[in-house]
Design a protein. Structure first.
Length: 135
């Protein structure tokens, strides 16, 4: 079967620190959870095993993760093992200090099944991150 990666870019009128906080702080879990399907809900137990308020599959076995400043930009990467393949989530925040805006660049995958559905979920999640960051 063919595998696909979801790649998105979204402009957010907020600092990269604000966006990073929305993505990583547990107080945003409740607001971000409805962007997922009912079988894939986040809870506070999820936060103890991950650095990010995003979850692809319940069967995700995280093998490595990083969330923090990397060469002046916030960067998050989650590597995981799924059944018989490796899966990765990458989130890069690039701030334009002259406009006080941040570009959120996302690459996740591969998605072997339901690529369009996962793309829809990820886009909804990114739009909710934007909304919460701009409040």
């Amino acid at each position: 079967s063919i595998s696909h990666f979801v790649s998105l870019r979204i402009e957010i009128n907020a600092s990269q620190k604000t966006v990073f906080d929305v993505i990583t702080k547990p107080e945003y879990l409740e607001a971000l959870t409805p962007t997922f399907d009912s079988d894939n809900l986040l809870d506070l137990y999820w936060y103890t095993s991950s650095k990010i308020n995003f979850k692809y599959l319940n069967s995700l076995n995280i093998t490595a993760d990083f969330a923090g400043l990397h060469f002046g930009s916030y960067y998050i990467q989650i590597d995981a093992k799924l059944e018989n393949y490796q899966y990765v989530e990458k989130f890069l925040l690039l701030e334009d200090e002259s406009t006080s805006s941040t570009e959120l660049i996302i690459t996740c995958g591969p998605y072997i099944d339901d690529f369009e559905g996962q793309k829809f979920i990820l886009r909804n999640w990114a739009n909710k991150v934007k909304e919460l960051s701009e409040e």
